[in-house]
Every structure is written in C-alpha cells, then in structure tokens.
Design a protein around this ligand. Structure first.
Ligand code: ZN
Ligand code: ZN
Length: 428
C-alpha cells in the first residue's frame, strides 16, 4: 500500500468521521481519506500534488454574488456602446456580437459558431446557470432539477473564454490605433468587469460544497459509504467516489452520470484527435487567416505574416505574445500530448510527477491560442469601410480555430491516471 495514504488516513479523527470522505485524485488515481477541512484549507494529493478539495465556508454566497455582478456586466456589455473606429470622417461602430454576424455573413459559419460559443453563449450560460443553481438553493423549496442543471453547467466552464477574448480585443486595438481613431465605449469596460466576475466566481465556487448543500436540502440522497474491499470509481461529473455495481457498469448514486473507471478509450481517442489537429495545422498556417483590402488592393495575412507585421511595426511585446499563443502553444501542446501517449503506451515508470505536470500545463494553456481568432472577429467587425479599408476573414482562421478546439478536446479525453496505471502504481 502507499504509505502516504496511511498518513492522510491517520489524520482522519473520529469526530470528523461524518464529514470525512474518500476522494480520488483525478490526476493520478490515488485514493485519500480526506478529513473535514478547516475554512480556507486545501487538500492536495500526496503523490502528484493535484488539488483534491479547496474548502471555503462562504464559497456559495461569494460565488452567488459574483454571478449576480457578472450577469449585470453581461447585460451592460451587450447594450452599451462597445467600440468604434473613426477613419477620414467615417465611423464604424461594433457591438459585442457584431463580429459573429460578420463572420457568418462571410460564409464562415463554423468560425462564427466557435466565436459565439466561447465569448458569448458559454460565459452567459455559465453565469445564468450559476445564478439559478445558487439562487435556487436560497429558496425555501429548491427545485428538484437543480443538481441536474449544475451537472450540465460544469461542462460549460472550459468553453467560456472571456479572458482570452479581452486579450484579443487588446491586440486588435493596438493594431488599429496607428491607422485610425479607436473609441472604446463603456460596453468594453463592462466586458473587462465581466471577465473579473467570471474568474472570481470560478475560483470561489467549490463544487464539493455545492453537492453537500444539495444533499443537505434533500435534493440528492446521501451516497452510501465506500466499501474498500470492492472496486470503486470516481464520477467524472461530480467527483464522488462510489463502489461500482456488480458487473462493473452503473450510474453515479449522487448525480446519475454513467460511471467509468477511466475515461473510455482514452488513448485511442486522444491519438485520433492529435492526428486530426496535426493535419489541420498545415492549412491553418498556409491559408490566410484574414485579408486587408485597402483602396481596392488586398494583402492576405497568414498567422506568421501577422506576427512579422507586428514585429516590423516595432510592436515587439505584442508580436511575441501572438507568436507564443498562436505558434508555440499549439505545437508544444501536440508535442506534450504525443510524449504522454507514447510513454503511457510503453508503461514508462520514469518522471510520473513531471508527466502529470505536463498534462496539467497542456490542459491549462490550450485556450490562450484563441487570441488570434478573437482578434480577427473584432477586426472584421470594425474595419468594414467599403473602398477605404475592409478586412475579410480567411479560411485559414477556420482551420486554426479547429486546431485549438481539437487539441482542447484531445487534452480533455486523455486520462492522466493512465500514466500511473501503466507504471503499475494503481492496484485496485
Ligand atoms: Zn494525485
Ligand atoms: Zn456523480
């Protein structure tokens, strides 16, 4: 057995027993008996260092307050003047969603859908569902469907990319200020505030406390205690560890999600997605991501020529940022995933902690590659000045967005516990 597991188990005092529970590390698969935590403390996996549970006593109230504020900023961002461009006496105004409609109007509906999902639909729904779930728990008789709604809402989290969108706006702004007068409206400041509210709500919300509250209010039945002598598994949706029913198949007793000991066909799926992303990466870099048409003549821009243009204009920090987000991050992500896939298949037992850390980084940084896509959505919305200057999106942008989405899903389908399984560290 793992000595570290005993260490944690030893801290599990009698008086903590009703609230102490078995938790499985979602990154290495080690089980821990986690005692009731004091306010403000964090339980970390003793083997890989992943966060198991961060307990904040006022988590739900704070997250609810941030969700309310976020919804107000979301409305303000949609209804207040957003950003406008003034060039030779002509003014072009854009709202938060103009870019989505321009992309759709140019026939790039796939790109319009990705931008709409990540900067509008997912953040809006995430805040809305958080408001309903946490607000519903304040009611005398909370609706029975709250746990189900919460389970679906958690899935939206990775797709809400307001912070990346803000950086995209910033890059577009710097690109435009040399050409024209850019007027920033209160709508854009509201997006900045919205970004802070979403980040604050996400970091204060403790999912385990939400499920504990559902249980306390009688919306879910208390899960049966885990029998250590029978096979158990972690629920991917709510994080509960429960015994698998006879036959090895069943649903989570707390949230109803289908239980899998490991993510199904993890390595095969991840390989398929990685190969797809490599293939898409070629047209993403060869075809133009946008074309600037000024006084009748057009100059197509690929991702790399856009970076060179920024560097030529002396905007070195920005050129470095876009280069890092659009070129370095996707390549490093693919190399990281391939390394993890190959070493796991071989059953390597070397650098387990380091490889788990690689997975953590790959999962966290992927979204930042969307900067270029968001920048294009703002440029095409603002620079629609007919003969004077027009920016059209290119098919390269569709391929690049596909690379970002495919690598994100690839990282999500890789189960890091397999790294430890393959090295013989997890014996159930
Ligand atoms: Zn771990
Ligand atoms: Zn569950």
């Amino acid at each position: 057995m793992h000595p570290s597991l005993d260490l944690i188990a030893a801290q599990h005092r009698e008086d903590d027993a009703p609230l102490g529970r078995v938790m499985e590390c979602h990154e290495c698969g080690l089980r821990h008996a986690v005692p009731r935590l004091a306010d403000g403390t964090t339980a970390r996996c003793v083997r890989c260092g992943a966060t198991l549970h961060r307990f904040r006593a006022s988590s739900l109230d704070h997250a609810f307050a941030y969700a309310c504020a976020g919804l107000v900023f979301f409305l303000m961002a949609n209804f207040l003047p957003f950003i406008s461009l003034e060039i030779s006496g002509r003014v072009q105004a854009a709202s938060l969603v103009t870019g989505i409609f321009v992309l759709y109007g140019q026939g790039l509906w796939e790109l319009a859908a990705v931008v709409a999902l990540t900067m509008f639909v997912a953040p809006g729904l995430r805040l809305g569902t958080l408001f309903v779930v946490l607000g519903g728990l304040h009611l005398k008789q909370p609706p029975r469907w709250l746990p189900q709604l919460h389970r679906w809402a958690v899935l939206l989290g990775p797709w809400a990319m307001i912070e990346v969108y803000m950086l995209g706006v910033f890059v577009a702004y710097v690109k435009l200020i040399d050409l024209a007068t850019v007027v920033v409206g209160p709508g854009l400041y509201s997006v900045g505030a919205l970004m802070l509210a979403i980040i604050a709500a996400g970091t204060t919300l403790d999912t385990e406390t939400v499920w504990g509250e559902f249980e306390r209010r009688g919306l879910t039945t208390p899960p049966p205690p885990v029998d250590p002598h029978r096979p158990a598994c972690l629920c991917h949706a709510c994080g509960l560890v429960s015994n698998l029913p006879a036959g090895g198949h069943g649903d989570c007793p707390r949230c109803g999600a289908v239980l899998h000991r490991r993510r199904p066909d993890s390595l095969t799926r991840t390989w398929a997605l990685v190969i797809t992303a490599i293939i898409l990466y070629i047209p993403a870099n060869v075809f133009p991501v946008m074309t600037v048409i000024s006084l009748g003549s057009g100059a197509p821009d690929t991702i790399i020529s856009g970076v060179i243009e920024l560097a030529d204009a002396g905007m070195w920090p920005l050129a470095a940022l876009v280069f890092f987000a659009s070129i370095t991050v996707p390549v490093l992500k693919l190399i990281g995933l391939i390394t993890l896939l190959v070493t796991t298949r071989r059953g390597s037992a070397r650098g387990l902690r380091r490889r788990t850390a690689i997975y953590r980084v790959v999962e966290a940084v992927g979204r930042w590659s969307m900067i270029d896509i968001f920048m294009i959505s703002i440029l095409v919305a603002l620079v629609q000045l007919g003969q004077l200057a027009t920016i059209e999106p290119g098919v390269g942008a569709v391929c690049f967005a596909a690379v970002v989405i495919t690598t994100m899903i690839a990282a999500m389908s890789f189960d890091p516990r397999l790294i430890w399984d393959a090295a013989g560290e997890n014996r159930d």
